[in-house]
Each structure stands twice: as structure tokens, then as C-alpha cells.
Design a protein around this ligand. Structure first.
Ligand SMILES: [Fe+2]
Ligand SMILES: [Fe+2]
Length: 255
């Protein structure tokens, strides 16, 4: 078993492992992204069990001692289970995440001190400008965040738009499959901040969206994000509406 590697943009690699046993027959992908540059960044450390697959994939692109930054959406096994394995294998690397993630979890969990990032702070600049954006509780996790590569206008959007299947890229509809997966997994922490936070990401006007679980989308990323926000807003509104009352007795018949 190996990770599939697709160069989705010059110097930006999607590393993908398909697990066919999750939600068959389509299966489910776990994707990490390597952004090569002056300070190469890995977005998603992956599960510990998948570390051999992802590290072999990175090693096939560049020596591990070139890796500088390790970041991920939030503190969950598929996002960061292998964080310390990466820190051990890539001696020049450091975890970079938001202030909440660092103070709540990563200062304790990471084997080397992480770099705490403010909302909107640049992780690296130069030939790549990669910015951290805090998205608390969106799609889940107090410490949640995403990163945006400004040169290619590529938003690494973590678990947002999660879908089944193993297509590597798409320019089609990613909202409908995301809502189908939401119905299946109920993974989003739906709340009043969900839609506004996603609409804030749309203001970045991304032209690519790199899904952690699904294809990399190329197209009008802002439109897709606003549609996703609208769908969550509708679900939140429906959840807050009173359930229809149940009337006792037979229905009246109009004559
Ligand atoms: Fe997650
Ligand atoms: Fe995930």
C-alpha cells in the first residue's frame, strides 16, 4: 500500500491514502499536503498508523530534513496523530498552530515546543506566503484552523467539504457530496458561528480548495464556500424551529 501523489499546483503535492473499508463502496480518503518552497510545510500529520505511507511519499519528493513546518486543522488522530513521529524523523521541523491549540493541547502533546500563531499570521513568506486562519469550532474543535497559500490562492480547508470517494481533483459540485457525508457522519459542530466563519473564508477568494477528505477543487472557491455556509445556516435554522405539534384524535374532514 502506498500513498497516491498528485501535484495539484506547481510544488504543491496532495498525498492521499484511500481506506476502502470506510463507507464502502466509495471508500474514504485521508489526505496530507506538502507545500514545497523555502520553508516546506506539511498540512496534516496523519494518523500514526499511516506515517510510513505519508513519510515515504514526502521522502519521494524531498529529503525529510528539508521539512520546516507541520500544521493541521485541529487536534484529532487523523490530523495530528503522527505529529511526534514527524518531529523525530524531520529534525528541522516544528509544529505551527493557533494560540488556542498550542495553549490547550500542543504545548503538552508535542515533543518539541510548537510555534503559536495569531489569527491571520503568516507562517512563512518568500516564494510561498502561507497564512494561518483560526476557525474555532468550524467544522469542529475549539482550536480549529485552516491555512491559505496566497500565491496560488489555495485554501487548505481541512475537514470542510468532507466527502466520500477517491477522486484526486474536481471542478464540479463539492457542496452536495459534502452534505451527503454530513448526513452520514454528523461531523460538523453546528452552531451560530458555523456559517459566518465559512463566509469569512470565502472573502479570501480562493481558486483552489484542498480537502482533507475528498478531491482538490479547482474553480470558484468563494462560491462553493458561500453555498456551504448557506446549507449549514439552513440546517441551524431548521434545528431551532419548534417541532410540529401532534394533534390528538382523527383529522377533521372539511365538508
Ligand atoms: Fe476532524
Ligand atoms: Fe480529518
Amino acid at each position: 500500500m502506498t500513498a497516491r501523489i498528485d501535484e495539484v499546483e506547481e510544488g504543491i503535492y496532495r498525498l492521499s491514502v484511500l481506506v476502502p473499508d470506510i463507507a464502502p463502496p466509495l471508500g474514504f480518503t485521508f489526505n496530507s499536503f506538502l507545500v514545497d518552497g523555502d520553508e516546506p510545510l506539511l498540512f496534516h500529520a496523519g494518523q500514526r498508523a499511516m506515517f510510513p505511507l505519508f513519510s515515504d511519499a514526502v521522502r519521494s519528493i524531498m529529503p525529510l530534513d528539508r521539512l520546516r513546518w507541520i500544521s493541521f486543522g485541529h487536534v484529532e488522530a487523523d490530523e495530528c496523530g503522527a505529529m511526534n513521529l514527524w518531529l523525530a524523523a524531520a529534525p528541522n521541523s516544528q509544529v505551527a498552530h493557533g494560540e488556542t491549540a498550542c495553549s490547550v493541547s500542543l504545548n503538552d502533546l508535542a515533543d518539541r515546543p510548537p510555534r503559536a500563531l495569531a489569527d491571520g499570521e503568516l507562517i512563512c513568506e518568500g516564494c510561498r506566503r502561507i497564512r494561518f486562519i483560526a476557525t474555532p469550532h468550524v467544522p469542529h474543535g475549539w482550536e480549529a484552523g485552516v491555512v491559505f497559500e496566497e500565491r496560488s490562492r489555495l485554501l487548505f480547508c481541512g475537514d470542510l467539504f468532507t466527502q466520500l470517494g477517491d477522486d484526486p481533483t474536481t471542478s464540479g459540485d463539492i457542496v452536495t457530496p459534502a452534505m451527503a457525508a454530513e448526513d452520514l457522519f454528523q461531523a460538523t459542530s453546528l452552531g451560530p458561528a458555523t456559517a459566518p466563519t465559512i463566509r469569512r473564508l470565502a472573502e479570501l477568494e480562493p481558486r483552489m480548495l484542498a480537502l482533507m477528505h475528498g478531491p482538490t477543487f479547482r474553480g470558484d472557491g468563494a462560491k462553493a464556500l458561500r453555498e456551504l455556509a448557506d446549507r449549514y445556516a439552513a440546517r441551524l435554522k431548521a434545528a431551532d424551529e419548534p417541532a410540529p405539534s401532534v394533534q390528538a384524535g382523527p383529522p377533521s374532514v372539511a365538508v
